[in-house]
Design a protein around this ligand. Sequence first.
Ligand code: URA
Length: 234
Amino acid sequence: MASQDQISLFELFSPSSEPSPPEGFNPDLIPTDAKVPIPAGTYQTMEQMRVHCNQCFRCALGENRTNAVIGRGNVKAPIMIVGEGPGQNEDETGLPFVGKAGQLLDKILASVKLTENDVYICNVVKCRPPGNRDPQPAEIEACKGYLLEQIRLVNPKIILLTGKYAMLTLLGIKQGITKVRGQWVERDGRLYMPIFHPAYLLRNQSREKGSPKWLMWQDIQEVRKKLDEMEWDG
Ligand code: URA
């Protein structure tokens, strides 16, 4: 029953429970019905979420997963980067953005001296869509509670949304990414910026003025500038 499921989740991850694996962990208590929400405050740590997501069948993506992909980087970082969903490399390693797109993302960050200490990287859906297809609305909805918990736990000042699914899920923006990339959107005390997905940049190699790579370079410099201003403000 829905209400019982929710109470069980709170009991499962009470502040006194051990991070990994939580004592008394019982996968039967996970709300398999995606209509049962994951309440804010369910998790005290990402490790609890990782254990939980690896037992999750709120949507069918769980059936083919090797590893649920939760996040990498600093869980207290000022910047969160949200991608779409794991690919094959990510499914195998359990870490987001470790394939070619991820290597490019790391280079983009390094170009403005941002390291893994400055960012926390995660995805809209935690399990790999088969054949790297787009995540479906019901899968995004089933997984959204985990992403919102990640935002609550990391509490970033800046959230970079790579591509249309991250933008749609967290801001409800349906416009094309080319129209809105590079623009700051303030919501609930955080600054969001839609940016191109690194996989898109891999398909568009030109560095000419106005090209996707050139635009990304403008955007990441703007992010660096904003972070510096914020840190200056204390
Ligand atoms: N693309 C994504 O959106 N996320 C990953 O983790 C890897 C590739």
